[in-house]
Design a binder for this molecule. Structure first.
Ligand code: ADP
Length: 678
């Protein structure tokens, strides 16, 4: 199918031609045949780089009204926003937290790009633009299987279909084992394909050479390895040889390892050789990196960049991550050493992908990476228009090679399984659907849950027992009123059969918790903190008091304590005991309590002007962690303030500290602070 056959404006057709798109790729043509331009629901489960963006654009451009494009990550939202903004005659808005268009303006845009969390939050806050949507595109829909994101995504999709009846749903997925489940849930046509614009061969290194799935082999020269090397050192030398081999022949590489520390140390090892495609550009990049911050992480990144090597992980500040991504795309870096998060993130194709570590520490033990995740890393291989082919190599040795082959090359990816029945997820979403007025009884909650992916996958599972537990918990947290159902709150069937449906209503605290987009348990902790603060002497209530409360909530992402830090944090807590609302002996979990104190102290010192360099040194966190801790604290302080207002409590410390943090952020270049969670 040719671009000139598409039912879009002449200007858009011309725009496609100018970007090198003449003939549709086969999966794109299949999506058109499936009715993507005629308002049909479509699930496209196709590989990376097979042209999903165009499929989404065709749906959005031909929809009979505004469209929403939902992504899992902010960095992706920005990338898509820029790509859609290039389309002639199309107005685009973005709602992610840090580059927001004001909410009321979003209704006027043809296309809104938003993170799934923002869409959920907009629905809870009654945003009217959601009701007018004619088309919703969900990127990375396989995340339905993820513990936290999955339930949000399925409940959001189920409620969106109710709020905007008849809305066209287009879901884009990586190749998974059961795309037909997702398609039948969404009543969608399935487009499934393994077609790729650049062919990909995947192979396993067995300590000697690489065998690829097309039967070819590749010698690996590991002459830099020493006799006495450990297995890990041998894997690193093999990775270095694979990276250098590809760069020597004009390629670029991604090397995936299990942790931030490993990403940095592999980068420093690779930077021993000059891998820079262009020395001047590498020096400019290093200078740009140094300009962002003076942390030791920043120094190491700049030093590696001088040799054409980058690293990429969640401990980097956003600006450094963006610089590494764009330098790689501009071919000023030969290789990026990354943690697996890069595979799910922005578009950075490479000729060769080397996966050095196929296991990772989960906090308790080493566990094997999911097949889907490894396939997503491998799928980054093959730069369209630049590489004749892409290559992915899994690094093993003579003992592990066979297992790697069976698990990751021969076998397909896992199925997507709903995670909604987890109690914690259900608690959040039950409160949210009741608080936003979508349900007012257990019967109507069950009715809504019936439209979720969970119910579709497990039609025989009765959630009513779990629902009773959850509503009981929410009522104990003072977020939900549970009462006898009246005739009006019970649907006809239930009334007829006499099944006891309870009437459900969010309390005003429950409404605030839902609107502020915090978890119920976070809300309960904030409420408890506010009540304690009310009883404290005014002089004892300081910034640390508010920070101590918000840092002890489950929405504040944890940190860990080094052995030597423990005593120091404890001393600090003792010194400031009067300011904290919880004493160590009252804590349910002493380690978690210490972590909360550590975070409160870190954010407090940041607000007092401590530099990111000093904090990174003192608390052994990444510069990007400081950024995200501050950002989450600002959001949770806002929630604390809103709950204090709901309680009519004379507590203004949350607001005061929040303002101070926002002001400090304005004074600190590079700290994007925002009220919403990532
Ligand atoms: P993904 O499926 O990973 O989202 P993209 O939509 O980003 O893939 O497309 C990958 C690349 O292929 C982009 O550079 C895009 O411009 C290009 N592309 C997409 N469709 C076509 C086409 N039909 N012909 C030529 N290039 C295309």
């Amino acid at each position: 199918m040719h671009v000139s056959d598409l039912p879009v404006s002449a200007a858009v057709r011309e725009h496609y031609r100018a970007s090198g798109i003449e003939e549709l790729y086969p999966p794109q043509a299949a999506a058109v045949e499936a009715g993507i331009t005629e308002g049909e629901n479509v699930v496209a489960a196709i590989p990376t780089a097979s042209g999903k963006t165009l499929i989404a654009e065709l749906a959005m451009l031909t929809a009979d009204g505004p469209a929403l494009y939902a992504v899992p990550l902010r960095a992706l939202a920005r990338e898509k926003y820029e790509s859609f903004a290039d389309l002639p005659g199309v107005s685009v808005g973005i709602s992610t937290g840090d580059f927001d268009s004001p909410d009321e303006e979003l209704g006027a845009e043809d296309v809104v790009v938003a993170t799934a969390e923002k869409v959920d939050s907009a629905i809870r806050n009654g945003a009217s633009w959601v009701e007018d949507l004619a088309c919703v595109v969900v990127d990375e829909v396989h995340l339905l299987g993820r513990e936290r994101r999955g339930p949000t995504l399925e409940v959001t999709l189920a409620t969106l279909q109710r709020r905007a009846p008849g809305v066209q749903i287009v879901a884009l997925s990586a190749t998974v084992d059961n795309p037909e489940d997702v398609a039948s849930w969404l009543d969608a046509e399935l487009v499934e394909s393994t077609w790729r614009p650049v062919s990909l061969r995947t192979g396993v290194y067995d300590g000697d050479d690489v065998t690829f799935d097309d039967g070819s082999t590749l010698d690996v020269d590991v002459s830099d390895a020493d006799e006495g090397d450990t297995d890990g050192e041998r894997d690193t030398e093999a990775t270095a040889a694979l990276v250098e081999g590809s760069i020597d022949s004009g390629g670029q590489c991604l090397a995936f390892v299990r942790s931030r520390r490993e990403a940095e140390s592999l980068a420093m090892r690779l930077a021993e050789d000059d891998l820079a495609p262009d020395g001047d550009a590498a020096a400019d990049l290093a200078a740009e990196i140094r300009d962002v911050d003076g942390t030791s992480t920043g120094h190491r990144l700049a030093e590696a960049a001088e040799s054409g090597v980058g690293f990429h992980h969640a401990g980097l500040v956003n600006e450094h991550r963006a610089l590494v991504e764009s330098a790689f795309r501009e071919r000023n870096l030969g290789v990026i050493c990354a943690t697996p998060t890069l595979a799910a993130g922005v578009n950075v194709p490479a000729r060769r992908v080397v996966v050095r570590d196929l296991e990772r520490y989960t906090g308790e033990e080493m566990s094997k990476l999911p097949v889907l995740e490894v396939h997503q890393m491998c799928g980054r291989a093959g730069r369209p228009h630049l590489d004749p082919y892409g290559e992915a190599v899994l690094v093993g040795d003579e003992r592990t090679a066979e297992d790697l082959w069976d698990r990751y090359v021969d076998a397909g990816p896992e199925a997507v399984e709903s995670q909604l029945a987890a109690r914690e997820a259900l608690r959040t979403h039950v409160l949210s659907v009741v608080a936003s007025g979508f349900a007012d009884s257990t019967a109507s909650v069950l009715d809504l849950l019936d439209a979720t992916f969970f119910a579709h996958q497990s039609p025989d599972v009765d959630l009513s027992g779990l629902l009773d537990t959850v509503t009981g918990e929410l009522s104990g947290m003072e977020l939900l009123d549970v009462g006898e159902a009246t005739a009006e709150t019970t649907d006809a069937d239930t009334a007829a059969t006499g099944d006891g449906s309870d009437a459900l209503a969010a309390t005003s605290l429950g409404e605030t918790v839902s609107r502020q987009y915090v978890r119920p348990e976070t809300g309960a902790r904030l409420i408890e903190g506010i009540r304690t603060i009310e009883g404290m002497a005014d002089d004892d209530v300081t910034a640390l008091t508010a920070l101590g409360v918000v840092c002890a909530t489950p929405d504040m992402r944890g940190t860990y304590l080094g052995n030597r830090e423990r005593a120091d944090v404890y001393r600090y807590a003792s010194r400031h005991a009067a300011a904290f609302t919880t004493a160590p002996e009252e804590a349910d979990d002493f380690e978690a309590w210490l972590c909360a104190v550590k975070l409160a102290r870190l954010v407090f010192e940041w607000s007092e002007g401590a530099s990111i360099e000093a904090l990174v040194d003192r608390y052994r966190v990444g510069p990007g962690d400081v950024e995200s801790h501050v950002e989450r604290t600002v959001w949770l302080l806002g929630a604390g303030d809103a709950l204090a207002a709901t309680l009519d409590a004379d507590v203004d410390v949350f607001d005061r500290v929040r303002r101070r943090l926002v002001d400090s952020a304005d004074d600190t270049p590079g700290d994007g602070v925002d009220r919403q969670p990532r």
